[in-house]
Design a protein around this ligand. Structure first.
Ligand SMILES: Cc1ncc(COP(=O)(O)O)c(C=O)c1O
Length: 459
């Protein structure tokens, strides 16, 4: 069978990446060391990043709307971050001892995020959510965790249960099934996880009441990131707060992504304060990081001065290089910059939506602030059940659009997630919108043959 013309065009565009991907196939399973960054036929191999631009090994310059899955809030090689790393590197990268920069970065976060009185740094967001869950179990003596259908909290089983709500297995919305995403999940993890439908306050309250005696924690992302950047409503977060408080269940906000929506996190925007907050991505200035923070009372469970502290070792946690980069990045992450970022995000969403309307393609750009996701569905989207048809359910179309946008100089996640960095201005946003218009022109003939249902005159 001959290759789809838009995939063939991509191969012709990126021959050096093609050759390198064949080498990568020899040493990495599936040709990549990171499944989330991989896509078929192969990703572009990047040689450098500067500001809002990436350069690939074939010499193309691309506007980077991926920003390492939202973590580069200032884009690549921000001058203050580079200077901080250059100053720290000759002084060593990790000490296994406290440093001034650890305390300063922690103080900055405590000052800004309403729920965080104390915190622990971790090496990744994954480790941050894991430690939050352990803290909640130790605090309550209970074992089960409630998570949201479509929620993602890192690379371990519990953090991924029911990430993808497969229509044939997910069960009724009022009591979603606990679903494994691959064949590695122990049955015990599925049994210990209660799944809650996103943005359904009444169902959430009822489920929390029903499982109250067994629930240690409820963990929620204020924007459902991996399943299409679906924003939570304030009503929903308030319902979770109310129901968890009633039963002394620990409420955890996973703000690994959403800390980029407000200098005080999404919790400040919504006016809802969780017990624990997980952070990651932007707080490391581009280097690996995570954190868990919360009330002094809960965080004291980690204190090595206690009799039976929650164990938290973590070789690279709080390492000097990350602390230096994170501190520089967070000092540049101001209310003024966040307002600018969010306005740029709105401009991108509006521009994309206008492009879909003009092209007569039933797609939409959703999200919040600087976080944008294109979905090939025109229905209202409040949950992972709503977004799924526009992601996996849209066949090859999102993938073809992604490859075509790359050829037009715009990089996003292959699931069509875009995010804005402070290195961008309206100029870059408008260039991305032009690239979308051009890409849709190329895509349109193939959309009609592959997914007739996606085409229509009205939205
Ligand atoms: C909401 C959320 N939580 C946790 C994580 C895990 O963070 P990390 O990849 O740093 O382990 C991610 C990663 O994408 C995330 O989006």
């Amino acid at each position: 069978m001959s290759e789809h013309p838009l995939i063939a065009a991509y191969r012709a565009f990126a021959p050096t990446s093609d050759a390198l991907s064949k080498r990568a196939q020899m040493v990495f399973p599936g040709g990549d060391t990171r499944s989330s960054a991989h896509f078929a036929p192969y990703p572009l191999v990047i040689s450098s990043g500067s500001g809002c631009r990436l350069t690939d090994v074939d010499g193309h310059q691309l506007l980077d709307f991926m920003n390492n899955f939202t973590s580069l809030v200032h884009g690549h090689a921000h001058p203050a971050v580079v200077a901080a790393i250059e100053a720290q590197a000759p002084r060593g990268s990790a000490y296994a001892a406290p440093s001034l920069e650890q305390i300063e970065l922690a103080e900055l976060i405590v000052e800004r995020i309403p729920s965080v009185e104390q915190l622990r740094f971790t090496s990744s967001g994954t480790e941050g959510t894991l430690m939050a869950i352990r803290c909640a179990r130790a605090a309550t003596g209970r074992q089960k965790i409630m998570k949201m259908e479509g929620g993602y909290h890192g690379s371990y089983e519990l953090a991924e249960v029911s990430l993808i709500p497969a229509p044939d297995r997910r069960g009724p919305v009022e009591a979603p099934a606990s679903l494994a995403v691959d064949d590695s999940f122990p049955a015990s993890v599925l049994a210990d996880t209660v799944i809650c439908p996103y943005n359904e306050p009444a169902h959430a309250q009822r489920l929390i009441d029903a499982h109250a005696g067994e629930l240690a924690a409820v963990i929620v992302e204020p924007v459902l990131g991996s399943m299409g950047m679906v924003p939570a409503t304030t009503d929903f977060l308030e319902a979770l707060r109310q129901a968890t408080s009633k039963h002394d269940i620990v409420l955890i906000f996973d703000e690994v992504i959403t800390f980029r929506l407000d200098a005080g996190g999404a919790q400040r925007l919504h006016g809802v304060t969780p017990d624990l907050t997980c952070l990651g991505k932007i707080i490391g200035g581009g280097l690996p990081i995570g954190a868990v923070g919360g009330s002094r009372e809960l965080m004291q469970l980690f204190s090595p001065e206690r009799e039976r502290p929650v164990m938290h070792a973590s070789t690279f946690s709080g390492n000097a290089l990350t602390m230096a980069a994170g501190l520089a990045a967070m000092r540049a992450y101001t209310d003024v910059e966040v307002a600018r970022l969010n306005a740029l995000g709105d401009r991108l969403r509006n521009g994309f939506n206008e492009a879909f309307l003009q092209a007569g393609i039933r797609a939409q750009a959703i999200g919040q602030g600087s976080l944008v996701n294109v979905l090939f569905t025109d229905g209202p989207v409040h949950s992972a059940r709503d977004s799924l048809p526009g992601l996996a359910g849209a066949g090859h179309v999102p993938r073809l659009l992604h490859l075509t946008m790359l050829r037009h100089g715009v990089a996003s996640a292959s699931r069509l997630m875009y995010c804005v960095s402070t290195a961008m201005s309206e100029l870059e946003i408008d260039r991305a919108v032009s690239a979308m218009n051009e890409s849709l022109r190329e895509l349109r003939p193939f959309v009609s043959t592959e997914r007739p249902a996606l085409l229509g005159a009205s939205r």
